[in-house]
Design a protein around this ligand. Structure first.
Ligand code: ADP
Ligand code: MG
Length: 244
């Protein structure tokens, strides 16, 4: 796989669905992991959607690597996004769903086929290549989505509560897989999670969102400790998660 090197920068990005305005300033270095937490409705998914190009800022610039991609359509952005669910096409089997990450028309070269098989093995779906999504568990479906992200091999990986439906053991296994992938390829990761301790499986930056803005940002272990910002402690209290 390629070696990636793409920082993410949001410079005064304003966006609104017609009500409260969101305003994002963000800098995440190449090869780093940003873990986004915050109350429901605070704008976490919107932030990822702006980076992926599924929403368009009213003003401000978005840069990935050194390129201003603010006006690029989603397909041209060096980004892969994995959602909490519905990542797969129901009528396609595992192999084809992953193959779409390589070629939208599923015209796959031998190199593509080999990359797909490697990804299947990597997410431990070997032997299930010909199953349809309905014949998989929720965790297996998410592993197909991750395998597709692997074969896309883009510099930036966005995960929007991608592992929320998995049990704790499988969630940790997926986080470790992503972390290993990052070490090998240098991808930059931005992930939304409801379980702040996910941040500690990486050497990560925690981003705390509230009311459409990043209110606090810093080393995750520090931010989640009892000496972290009061806003995060208050938020953790409401989620039932314990501080370190
Ligand atoms: P989060 O992911 O943090 O739960 P979202 O980014 O999904 O929050 O939503 C942020 C705010 O924007 C919320 O108030 C939500 O109701 C609103 N919102 C999200 N999507 C839409 C949409 N398609 N149309 C109108 N409002 C939306
Ligand atoms: Mg969301």
């Amino acid at each position: 796989m390629k070696r990636h090197n793409a920082a993410i920068e949001l410079d005064t990005v304003r966006f609104s669905f017609g009500q409260a305005e969101m305003l994002f300033n963000l800098q995440l270095g190449a090869g780093e992991t940003g873990v986004i937490v915050g109350p429901s409705g605070s704008g976490k998914s919107t932030l990822l959607n702006l980076i992926a190009g599924f929403e368009t800022p009213q003003s401000g610039r978005i840069r990935i690597g050194n390129a201003d991609i603010s006006n690029e359509p989603p397909a041209n952005r060096p980004v892969t996004m994995v959602f909490q669910e519905n990542n797969l096409f129901a009528h396609l089997d595992v192999r084809s769903n992953i193959g779409l990450g390589r070629s939208p028309s599923l015209k796959l070269s031998n190199t593509d086929q080999a990359a797909i098989q490697t990804a299947i093995d990597r997410v431990e779906l070997t032997g299930k290549e010909h199953r349809k999504p309905a014949e998989l568990s929720g965790g297996e479906r998410q592993r197909v989505a991750i395998a597709r992200a692997l074969v896309r091999d883009k510099p930036v990986l966005l995960l929007d509560e991608a592992f929320a439906s998995l049990g704790p053991a499988l969630r940790q296994q997926m986080l470790d897989l992503i972390r290993d992938l990052q070490r090998e390829t240098g991808i930059t990761i931005l992930m939304v999670t409801h379980t702040p301790e996910d941040a500690l499986r990486f050497n990560s930056t925690l981003l705390f969102l509230a009311n459409g803005e990043i209110k606090a940002q810093g080393d995750a272990a520090m931010m989640l400790s009892s000496s972290g910002p009061q806003a995060i402690r208050d938020y953790m209290g409401t989620t039932g998660h314990k501080l370190l």
